[in-house]
Design a protein around this ligand. Sequence first.
Ligand code: 6AU
Length: 476
Amino acid sequence: MSAEHQKLKAFAVELFQIKAVKFGEFKTKVGLMTPVYFDLRVIVSYPEIMKTLSHLLVDILKDIKNIDILCGVPYTALPIATAVSLETGLPMVMRRKEAKDYGTKKLIEGVFKEGDKCLIVEDVVTSGSSILETVRDLLNEGIKCKDAVVLLNREQGGAKILEKNGIRMHAVLSLTEIIQYLVEAKCIDSEMQQKVQKYLAETQVTDAVLNKAPPANRLKLSFIERSKLAKNPVAAKLFEIMSAKQTTLCLAADLTDATKILNLAEQVGPYICALKTHIDIIEDFHSNFIEPLKDIAKRHNFVLFEDRKFADIGKTVEFQYSKGIYQISSWASLVTVHSLTGKGVLDAIKGATGNPERGVFLLAETSAAGSLITDSYTKSTLKLASEYPDLISGIVCQNPLFLDNPGLIQLTPGVKIESKVDNLGQQYNTPDLVVAEKGADVAVVGRGITEACDPVAAAQLYREMLWKAYSKRIAV
Ligand code: 6AU
């Protein structure tokens, strides 16, 4: 037996002696019976064993390159991560399970910057769901996670689920190995070993178990996969268009002249997945404008999207949506809505007359500097969206706020190649940044195209840059 195996065997025996691994009949979190149970919480009472554990973890993390910070999965792995941090000198951040309701409301404590690469530290992996929860909160802060070092892989499908979500698991020990060491050390007999093997064979990940597993991170899925997960029909259609035309570009056609909008729509039609209007800024609006616009949208296969940002009481919104000179519900498949007044607006849009194929983008964040939107408003907006799955196509936001609902689309405005701001508080990010770092699925570009010397060339360029960034995002 090699020195390394000797070390692992001795460690397995120590875990057995301190009852961090137990044998018998135990009920798991999901109600299944298991003959073997791990409780690594006791390890804090044994600093020497903690030291060995951190050495073993440090050994396997040597092959992982480019780590800036590390984060333990709360709570058991917090002291373990601390030990690894002390030994490697890698700074640590800490994830809260619940945001404090006072002070900073931060979920991630410690010093970090956007784009930092974080190594996850965990004790035991069964389904991988605890790691994914931590990864989700880190990602929301712009922290990237690709690797997780863990003490024990229970070999029940966690590695597969993590891999599907873009996380590589590096385990010190597998359940099979630890059992083998304990048999060799005569801590358990071969009958128990067989029992554990039988248990493992019976509780392997099946499709049913996988489906119950946490949903895949949307940032890692293709649009065509996501089209099947969308509950709102317009979102499904938009995903299909994006995939077929290889474009995530939504043109904000913020022009005040009807003919100019139609001409631009005709010219850039092949490069966009949606055309967004502010119908009330058109000076020569006439109902004759709508039919040709619908015709162009049909020929070039893009969606019409009225950025009305409804925010009144339900009854007024019902009228604003379906009546008046614009009759938005008759032609726009998509509209934007503020969550400010709550459910009434969504009920109004759901029940209004007009084309039944409709979807809503709820505004959870804005690109405007000095906006009054708070974190709790953003959170409540996401909750409201979850209550109307068949109506909500997606969320208008600036950050990857939701990762575990791949059927929803993140729409991000404030996209421009050169500028950072305009003179009225609009804030811009580059196409690459909004897709790679900010989680945008569809990017809204207005003046970057409408004010370019050659709007068609600009639309082609934005489309290409955005698509490249998306392709890269799902590939890694
Ligand atoms: O590229 P721009 O700055 O010329 O245009 C951005 C477009 C405008 C805004 O009304 C809209 O995006 N917008 C939105 C949307 C889409 O709802 C939200 C937001 O936070 N910021 C923003 O600019 O048509």
